[in-house]
Design a binder for this molecule. Structure first.
Ligand code: PEP
Ligand code: MN
Length: 339
């Protein structure tokens, strides 16, 4: 940590800052310049809040140098994290992994048709929410356990893996027998109790970026899961809320290379929630891959115009097929491949 004192700071002010730094476990190096004093704290105390220093008397600015996340940081595993699923599919390797399907599981027929269409594109995962976080309590809330059973059944039939959203701790046990990957939705990225519990399960998790979460907050949330001992974690950019209203969210493509630099965890892009408009999904999917994404999570519905949730952003099956063909051409340009 670096603390720059104000030019007018008194010796008493400086000593107060030094005392607090020493108390926290920092080794303090003091440089007294012509116009101000700089205090460099060396060491990595477990608990400290840089904001506490910013408001001490006589302090001009305080900066954190070391990252507050230890397990999520790239230096923890410079080679990157690879997650191997039961059927041999590897996330975080050279191959870009595709997860696609409807926003919600609606019926046996809908999810079976979806699974067949998704499998036909060569994608590895079927997505579909059985528990839905809806902005309105009056909107369709999902099929629950029935939906989980259908997901498993149609995935077994088509050879796909299943990813679906978990909204609360009590659902974890219920979901375990039916799914291959837990999805933590944007609204739950800071549900720290849920994250802690997911740290104790031995099943991969894909965690989406919160609607207004900074990248540092994403990585601190990841730290909750990793610190429980579950290292099979995928991060996913899904758009953030900005002042722009044309798109549902603003797909922060830059978050992908930033995360790839800061963390060893695989990073996915979800262009569907990123833009909320079907025809804008393919360009944002291509952009995500060009930016270094390890995979994509996308909504596709056999009949999007009749979808019970997120129809406007769900691709038509033939659109997904055409997009995957384009992605196959793009992937080698960035040193990757698509099955
Ligand atoms: C979803 O994947 O359908 C979903 C609810 O996503 P998000 O959490 O990103 O809004
Ligand atoms: Mn959705």
């Amino acid at each position: 940590m670096i603390v720059a004192m104000q030019g007018k700071a008194t010796e008493e002010n400086i000593q107060q800052v030094i005392e607090r730094m020493v108390e926290l476990g920092f080794n303090v190096h003091r440089t007294t310049g012509a116009s101000q004093t700089i205090l460099a704290g060396v060491g990595t105390p477990d608990h400290f809040d840089v904001a506490e220093f910013k408001v001490l008397s006589g302090v001009h600015e305080a900066y954190r140098i070391s990252s507050p996340y230890k397990l999520a940081g790239r230096s923890f595993r410079p080679e990157g994290t690879k997650i191997t699923f039961p059927n041999g599919v590897v996330v975080g390797g050279e191959q870009i992994i595709l997860m696609a399907g409807p926003c919600s599981v609606e019926s046996r027929e809908q999810i079976l048709t979806s699974a067949k269409q998704v499998a036909a594109t060569g994608a590895q995962f079927l997505r579909g929410g059985a528990y839905k976080p809806r902005s309105s309590p009056y909107s369709f809330q999902g099929m629950g356990v029935e939906g989980l059973k259908l997901l498993r059944e149609v995935s077994n039939e088509t050879g796909l893996l299943v990813i679906t959203e978990v909204m609360e701790i009590s659902q974890i046990e219920v979901m375990l027998p039916y799914i291959d990957c837990f999805q933590v939705g944007a609204r739950n990225m800071q549900n720290f109790n849920l994250l802690r519990e997911l740290g104790h399960v031995r099943k991969p998790v894909l965690m989406k970026r919160g609607i207004s979460a900074t990248i540092e907050e994403v990585l601190l949330s990841a730290e909750y899961i990793l610190s429980g001992g579950n290292y099979d974690l995928i991060l996913c950019e899904r758009g953030i809320r900005t002042y722009e209203t044309y798109t549902r969210n603003t797909m922060d493509i830059s978050a992908i290379p930033v995360l790839k630099k800061l963390t060893h965890l695989p990073v996915f892009g979800d262009p569907s929630h990123g833009v909320g408009i079907r025809d804008l999904v393919p360009p944002m999917a291509l952009a995500s891959v060009a930016a270094g994404a390890d995979g994509l999570l996308m909504e596709m519905h056999p009949n999007p115009d009749k979808a019970m949730s997120d129809g406007a952003q769900s691709l038509y099956p033939q659109q997904l097929q055409a997009l995957v063909e384009q992605l196959r051409k793009l992937a080698p340009v960035v040193g990757r491949s698509i099955a």
